[in-house]
Design a protein around this ligand. Structure first.
Ligand code: ADP
Length: 257
């Protein structure tokens, strides 16, 4: 895999008490810069704008109203990217911000514009840092309809730019036979070759959106990678150095493919 997309969830970037996990961000910057140095092309899809925005504005609770969340995301995105910029600079690595909506690839003209931007950034050794544009789309915010849409966005980006590996970092060691937070007997699956209805049931069922975390959207991302003959690895982002193990072919997390 020369071209790799890495997606990090909010849970890997912001502590439960709302503080920003600077150590994780620094580790990510270190690992990705090292990958770039070794000739890989890396795109980072990062959530966390709301979490960072809440912290930046000194707010304790995420507001319910979507427009307020969009405002917090706008503030938080600026801060998040400036933290990334600072941390990547330590490793002499430049970054560029790319804000997308999932439908961007539906329209031929915008599709081409987006691809052109990625190619030009990667050709210049810049790491694109992607997030959903929360001003334009609320898929990532509207937890009552869909959530975790950066999961799907990361797979959409990966398949469109010809990345055959998507590394999905979350707060869990991989994909289990059931939600480990609800089922003490759930076992870690090291490999999932096909995503079927039964797989969705293991994620809490496609019908139940609550209490499932963002596992359903992660499975949708995996499905998309598999359909494009790519692979996805779901692993714990607590220590981003796990990416080195993944690239070395060590069996960590769950391999979809
Ligand atoms: P992120 O913020 O990293 O995107 P999410 O909280 O959205 O992470 O999704 C991860 C969560 O999905 C896990 O912490 C777990 O509670 C839940 N989950 C549901 N079903 C499963 C399963 N079968 N295997 C692993 N995790 C599951």
């Amino acid at each position: 895999a020369k071209r790799v997309v890495i997606k990090v969830g909010t849970s890997s970037l912001v502590y439960p008490d709302g503080a920003i996990n600077l150590r994780a961000i620094d580790q990510l910057a270190f690992v990705i810069s090292a990958m770039r140095h070794r000739g890989r092309e890396v795109v980072l899809v990062s959530s966390g704008a709301i979490g960072v925005g809440l912290n930046y504005l000194g707010l304790k609770k995420r507001p319910k109203a979507i427009p307020e969340q969009q405002a917090i995301a706008a503030v938080g995105q600026t801060e998040l990217v400036s933290i990334y910029k600072e941390r990547f600079a330590v490793y002499e690595q430049k970054i560029g911000q790319v804000l997308l909506t999932r439908d961007i690839f539906v329209y031929p003209e915008s599709h081409q514009n987006v691809l052109n931007t990625f190619e030009a950034l990667l050709a210049q050794n810049v790491i694109p840092i992607v997030n959903e544009n929360d001003t334009v789309a609320v898929d990532e915010l509207d937890h009552e309809t869909k959530f975790g849409d950066n999961d799907q966005l990361s797979a959409i980006v990966a398949t469109n730019i010809g990345a055959d590996l998507l590394i999905m970092l979350s707060d869990i060691d991989g994909f289990y036979t059931g939600n480990p937070n609800a089922d003490a007997n759930a076992e870690l699956l090291t490999r999932v070759e096909r995503v079927t209805d039964a797989t969705y049931e293991q994620a809490g069922g496609s019908g139940s959106r609550f209490g499932t975390g963002g596992m359903v959207t992660k499975l949708k991302a995996a499905e998309r990678m598999l359909a494009a003959h790519g692979q996805m690895i779901l692993a714990n982002g607590e220590d981003p150095a796990i990416i080195f193990k993944i690239l070395a072919g060590e069996p960590v997390g769950t391999l979809f493919g």
